[in-house]
Design a protein around this ligand. Structure first.
Ligand code: GLV
Ligand code: MG
Length: 341
């Protein structure tokens, strides 16, 4: 099926919904993003063989202060020596408020910049934080003559980062994705939770009495606003929104539910903090066959409608129009990307 609205046949231009042009980050599959501590090199080979789309080797919160220097060495060696196949490789550096960060950037980019695709910046708070890392990486790339430009993924996980999320999203041409770091976000906003990415029964609605006098409790998603806000900032700047960790790796149903909520809001992927979460993320973040088939039927129906000079028609008793085409194309393009990847 040819993309129906991809280009206006009269002008050859792709519709962009505003006169403003949003430059899209390089297209990468980012359904699952596996976190691997840099201090655990015994896990590297298994990670390389996994089905994760993206792997981030961690120098930050999974690594104890005394292990930081060794973790850096492990990561440099692993990036240079392990066959990571076509995986997108990232390194999570330490925050700009630590004295580890400059050496993370200098050592990793100088010594393993060829195989590094992305740098993940945690606790990013302002656009100036992005600028600072961009300046360092640019100097190192130039000095080393690196051909490929390293991209940035930012973890939005502080109140400051969320306040400035729009400026952060637009702060560098290297930006590729925004990630919701729910654990640090909860700490920063002093949310009443200690479970990474879980829900809280206190965040609920009590219904008025039902016919039998009982009252139902509807649990809410306390992370909805933050995630939705981050998705908007990411998409308005051509970046991939990605949902962060779900700590209870013995609760696949809870993970799946959280991933589905994120996918429904527009996220492209979710972190896996345990290998068992990779398949769950890949499954939830890939459109189902039924969704793709329906999207293709919408495109066919609208193509027929266009030949009949109609802008809106009904399909299976529901209205579809030009906005339906755009939604359907997103799904079909994602399915193609997965099939090709
Ligand atoms: C991730 O870094 C988080 O804090 O959730
Ligand atoms: Mg964090």
């Amino acid at each position: 099926m040819r993309p129906f609205l991809a280009a206006n046949p009269a002008t050859g231009k792709v519709p962009r919904m505003s006169f403003h042009v949003i430059t899209q980050a390089p297209a990468r599959l980012n359904r699952s993003e596996l976190a691997v501590p840099g201090s655990a090199p015994q896990m590297f080979e298994k990670a390389a063989q996994s089905d994760a789309d993206v792997i981030f080797l961690d120098l930050e919160d999974a690594v104890a202060p005394d292990d930081k220097a060794q973790a850096r060495k492990n990561i440099i060696k692993a990036l240079n020596e392990i066959d990571w196949g076509k995986k997108t490789m990232s390194v999570r550096i330490n925050g700009l408020d630590t004295h580890y960060m400059y050496r993370d950037v200098v050592d990793v980019v100088e010594e393993a910049g060829e195989r590094l695709d992305l740098i993940m910046i945690p606790k990013v708070g302002t656009a100036a934080d992005v600028y600072a890392v961009d300046m360092m990486v640019t100097q190192i790339e130039d000095a080393k003559g690196l051909k490929k430009r390293i991209g940035f993924e930012h973890i939005i996980e502080t109140a400051l980062g969320m306040q400035n999320v729009t400026a952060i999203a637009g702060a560098s041409k290297r930006n590729e994705s925004l990630h919701f770091g729910v654990a640090d976000y909860a700490a920063s906003t002093r949310a009443r939770t200690t479970i990474i990415g879980g829900v809280n029964p206190d965040y609920s609605v009590l219904t008025d009495p039902l016919a039998d006098g009982s009252r139902a409790v509807h649990w809410g998603d306390m992370w909805h606003y933050a995630l939705a806000r981050m998705v908007v900032a990411a998409r308005a700047n051509g970046l991939r929104p990605v949902d962060g960790p779900f700590g209870d790796f013995s609760d696949p149903d809870g993970y799946r539910a959280a991933a589905k909520r994120a996918a429904v809001l527009g996220c492209e992927g979710k972190w896996a903090i345990h290998p068992s979460q990779i398949a769950l993320a890949n499954e939830v973040m890939s459109p189902s066959d039924a969704e793709v088939t329906r999207a293709q039927r919408i495109l066919e129906a609208m193509e027929k409608a266009a030949t009949e000079g109609k802008g809106a028609v009904s399909l299976d008793g529901r209205l579809i129009d030009y906005a339906s085409i755009r939604q359907a194309e997103v799904l079909v393009q994602k399915a193609r990307q997965i099939a090709g990847g």
